[in-house]
Design a protein around this ligand. Structure first.
Ligand code: SF4
Length: 75
């Protein structure tokens, strides 16, 4: 299970993440991305969405360990 955080100070609402992982992300009324279900798509889709975000607003953390999956921790 992953934990997903979206920085609304950075999100520009271009919906790349919604297109990449539509089961996980949706726009709120301010056209900013929110997480509707962290398990709504596979982990690889979540990581692809984070990697494709043009302003790096998405952080993905392994829920059990707190290890950062995106951006990836060194080592
Ligand atoms: S891809 Fe990034 S900037 Fe675009 S809606 Fe998603 S979080 Fe916001």
């Amino acid at each position: 299970m992953v934990k997903i955080e979206i920085d609304h100070g950075l999100c520009v609402g271009n919906a790349m993440c919604v297109a990449t992982a539509p089961g996980v992300f949706a726009h709120n009324e301010n056209r900013q991305s929110t997480v509707v279900d962290p398990a709504g798509n596979g982990e690889s889709a979540v990581l692809a969405a984070a990697a494709n975000c043009p302003v790096s607003a998405i952080r993905v953390v392994e829920a059990e360990t707190g290890r950062s999956l995106f951006p990836a921790e060194d080592g």
